[in-house]
Design a protein around this ligand. Sequence first.
Ligand code: TXA
Ligand code: MG
Length: 319
Amino acid sequence: MIGQDISQAKRVLDAGELVAIPTETVYGLAGNALNPVAVASIFETKNRPSFDPLIVHIPSLEVAENYVIDIPDPLRKLAEQFWPGPLTLLLPRKNTIPDIVTSGLERVAVRVPDHSLTLELLSQLDFPLAAPSANPFGYISPTSPAHVDAQLGDKISYILDGGKCRVGLESTIVGMEENEIVIYRLGGLEISEIERIVGKVTVKSHSSSNPQSPGLLESHYAPTKPFILGNLEELIAERKREGIDFAVLSLVQSFPAIPTGNQIALSTRGDLKEAATNLFAAMRTLDASNASVILAELMPEEGLGKAINDRLKRAATKG
Ligand code: TXA
Ligand code: MG
């Protein structure tokens, strides 16, 4: 069922069942983070391997103290500045957080999402919500209730309808190693915004030396159709020569010779925030088109362009 009834969502969650929740980034598949059985059903519903840990969603920074041993100063500054918002912090956990949530890791990922319905829901619950993106493991993240419904609708009791996600990319994941501030996943909060508050950071999100976190590994966020990145003019010319049906995902450009249903420009004014908001919906639309392959181009490596490119590269067909 889809609706905007917070009490209904609360009843379902209190019963240990799952609710899809809206956030500013993407929709989450939420369950009681303190109930290992509810958390296990998140993994099962998504078909997600149990070694890939979940983010714990809380209503405010104060509440984090119940679940983490310590918040290092720079990370506290980030939380004060950007919560609620597209920032996830990796913090040393208390054992109030069940092992299944962190896959046994010593740090727990926490965030305060910026969506009024979900904040209201969180403030009414006696527990935080563990929630990965509400998509089958490895597929494109959902940015509207319809995306959730299309793939997981028959498996979850309630979808809380908060409309289209404002940011459209998952949260930026930040933690510390020694005294170094590390970004583990590029996301909806730009690096420059983070560096403005805490100075220079290290980006480790392309590292594959972190096998505990498949979301940070190479192949992810992927459409079902082959997804090819490169220079669009060249890619299009090759497909035409080979006589293959294709769809095109660009930033600005449109292609008069290609049917309108088979091409999407993410932002005709080249605005990377707008492009981020539209990215996952566009990938889904083209994945559902009658083309047999999707051709796409990288964004400029600036602002949210870096996070968009991260997703495009992980979505791209290898080999
Ligand atoms: O914007 C978001 O972050 C969305 C919304 C729903 O909040 N959530 C989301 O969750 O993207 P998910 O599960 O799809 O991605 C979370 C990523 C995964 O790559 C996971 O491996 C990593 O965070 N992660 C979670 N807990 C971790 C931990 N304790 N240590 C290291 N990585 C962790
Ligand atoms: Mg995900």
